[in-house]
Design a protein around this ligand. Structure first.
Ligand SMILES: NC(=O)c1ccc[n+]([C@@H]2O[C@H](COP(=O)([O-])OP(=O)(O)OC[C@H]3O[C@@H](n4cnc5c(N)ncnc54)[C@H](O)[C@@H]3O)[C@@H](O)[C@H]2O)c1
Length: 447
């Protein structure tokens, strides 16, 4: 029995470049999520608060057998950038500095913001690449002008190069608004067609794609907190691989979808049927206002709908999930601000088909949930960039844990189950560090 270990195969430890010097974080869109992340990092640096919700800062990872008691912190196990070495900059369509924008978003209380004001005021947005065609509810004033989309991409590349002069490494993260629903077209087929499309200002290329192109062109990893198409195209996946600039999926998995990808796997594991899942949300922040536009809502809806279909696999379990009716609603309700309320009504059925109901009422704080996810994505993408076995593979599927719409290699279905995602993430860390993978078999304890 001794060959059957709870821990699986071990690969050689990779030559990961150390996280030396400053990590520059370029944030697209300095709104509620971004300012909550930046202010939060500064509060943690000053010892004013704890980085709750961040796996990189609070998480541990088990190594070896259960009897060995080796459970280091993730941040002590893999070489991550230290929070003290993060330097933030960003773009926005409004001129407000991070203090003003955070005050407007009203996620953090006045007292906390005042304590951080001198630092937050120093972060002023660069003029953005923006076109109202792609986000109907916003009227940007702090915006770059260019003769075509190629010219705008070049201006972003210039911004990145200037920032690079002041730091040692750079990661870009989209915390900007949700754009209208776009699907890949001929322009997204290859790097060449995409670059031609920039010249002709092809309508299929939204601002988020121009930022992503600029990042990947410069070898800068790119994360996407919104459900926009962005890097989910052949052209930008290719560019990501070519320039060793890691990418991952899209749309921070924070509130309702987070709960869905915990509950749905539980029903499936017990073979309980689900007839209907009605999800509704009210929220009153700027994100809610943008999502009030049907075309932006469609982008969000597509991203939120995918998880149940993949988790339940109705083609394998027609008796349990074939007729599932899944509906999602988001309503803009200004009095709520960032304090979203989500309701789920789940109609399940059990033994002999007897029906039951589950109600979930999540009174959450959107940006409080999203900020640590944004931070972790930044730190892990920087790690991926320094890791030989990860930097040139393009999509980092192991970061699906954080995202509503995971991105995968062509032909693979996305894994949405939060606990499979968490295992995948930790096994990836063990793998690059040359530690045994954990399989949970464990027969050796009963020899
Ligand atoms: N908060 C959450 O729980 C959560 C979860 C998943 C996804 N998201 C997504 O994250 C994004 C940010 O959310 P938020 O609550 O911070 O929204 P927000 O409206 O407060 O912030 C978005 C910011 O992006 C700016 N912006 C828009 N287009 C831009 C462009 N082209 N260039 C530069 N800046 C631009 C806006 O001016 C605004 O300041 C949204 O797309 C949202 O759907 C949020």
């Amino acid at each position: 029995m001794s060959a059957e270990h709870e821990s699986g195969p071990t690969a050689a430890k990779q030559e990961i470049a150390p996280a030396k010097g400053k990590l520059g974080v370029m944030v697209v869109g300095l709104g509620a999520v971004a300012t909550t992340m930046i202010a939060g990092v500064e509060a943690v640096r000053r010892g004013l608060a704890k980085p709750i919700g961040s796996l990189t800062q609070m998480g541990t990872i088990r190594l070896g057998k259960r009897t060995e008691n080796k459970v280091p912190y993730v941040k002590d196990f893999v070489p991550l950038a230290n929070l003290n070495d993060l330097v933030f900059t960003g773009w926005d369509i409004f001129e407000d500095n991070v203090y003003e924008s955070a005050a407007h978003a009203a996620v953090l209380d006045k007292e906390t913001l005042l304590a951080l004001k001198p630092y937050l005021e120093t972060i002023k947005p660069l003029p953005a690449v923006f076109d109202q065609y792609y986000v109907k509810r916003l009227h940007g004033t702090h915006v770059k002008k260019g003769k075509n989309k190629r010219d705008l991409a070049d201006q972003l590349i210039e911004d990145i190069r200037n920032f690079k002069k002041t730091v040692d490494r750079v990661v870009m993260i989209w915390c900007g608004s949700t754009e209208i629903f776009l699907e890949p077209t001929a322009v997204h087929e290859s790097i060449e067609t995409f670059e031609k499309g920039l010249e002709t200002s092809d309508i299929g290329i939204a601002p988020s794609q121009i930022y992503a192109y600029a990042a990947l062109k410069e070898g800068v990893p790119f994360a996407n907190g919104a459900p926009n198409l962005t890097v989910d195209t052949k052209a930008l996946i290719e560019l990501s691989k070519q320039n060793a600039a890691p990418i991952c999926g899209k749309d921070f998995k924070t509130g309702q979808t987070f709960m869905k990808t915990v509950l749905a796997p539980a029903f499936k594991a017990r073979h309980l049927g689900v007839r209907g899942w009605f999800s509704t949300n009210i929220l009153g922040n700027r994100d809610g206002e943008v999502l009030d536009d049907p075309q932006s809502f469609k982008t969000k809806e597509e991203s939120k709908l995918g998880s149940l279909e993949y988790i339940f696999q109705p083609e394998l379990y027609p008796d349990l999930y074939k007729d599932l009716y899944h509906k999602i609603r988001i309503n803009y309700y200004p009095p709520r601000g960032d304090d979203k309320e989500a309701w789920d009504n789940i109609d399940i059925f059990g033994w002999l088909g007897y029906p039951m109901q589950i109600k979930v009422n999540f009174l959450c704080r959107d940006s409080i949930l999203a900020a640590p996810i944004a931070l972790d994505l930044v730190l892990f993408l920087d790690l991926a960039k320094r890791t030989p076995g990860l930097r040139s593979i393009g999509i980092q599927e192991w970061l699906s844990f954080y995202l509503k719409a995971p991105q995968t290699a062509a032909g693979l279905y996305p894994e949405h189950d939060l606990f499979i995602q968490s295992m995948k993430l930790k096994n990836t860390l063990r793998h690059i560090m040359g530690e045994s993978l954990i399989t949970h078999l464990g027969l050796e304890y009963y020899d």
